[in-house]
Ligand binder design. Sequence first.
Ligand SMILES: [Zn+2]
Length: 193
Amino acid sequence: MVQLDFKAQRIVDAKQMNIQFDMLCKLFGQPKEDIYIYICRSQYELKKRLHIVNVLLPDWVVGANHNGKIAILNKKQLDARGFHINTLCAHEMVHVFVNQFVANCPLWLNEGLAQNLVPEPKNTANAREQIISQKLLNPYKLSYDSGLYYVSKIIVGKLFKIYGKTQIVTLLKKCTDFEDNNIFGYTAIEALL
Ligand SMILES: [Zn+2]
């Protein structure tokens, strides 16, 4: 189940969160504990809430998760940066499942899954996407600053089309060495670019 803190109860769509939660349970399995969503006034409060105060987060981070807990900035700050609150919570929820059920999932794959497993509201395309050139680079070589989100969304979209969501998640849960894997590995992904 998804639990919302006092502030989240007023602005997060609990019904939509539980639909997303049930969909992810069917795909990945039942998580060990309930997922908690917290609304925070600042990035510092967000880090305190998740017990990751010593982690250095880039300025653009508006939501994060740790040990099954999700913390996001308040609606005013999300609106100012063009983020949709329910989409962001659902996105972080995918990470919670991936982090719990997939060992050592590469960052790009985790982000690609989150972007492909969350229905995006119209007209809220991520602003970062627009500044990235069209040339696709292998996501294993990319960081958040060099277009990782953009490429990972496309690549995971292709993997879902070829193998189907269910099969991909089954394979992810079994995978032990991603970079060498014949579906998720560096060479296999190179062939999809
Ligand atoms: Zn993410």
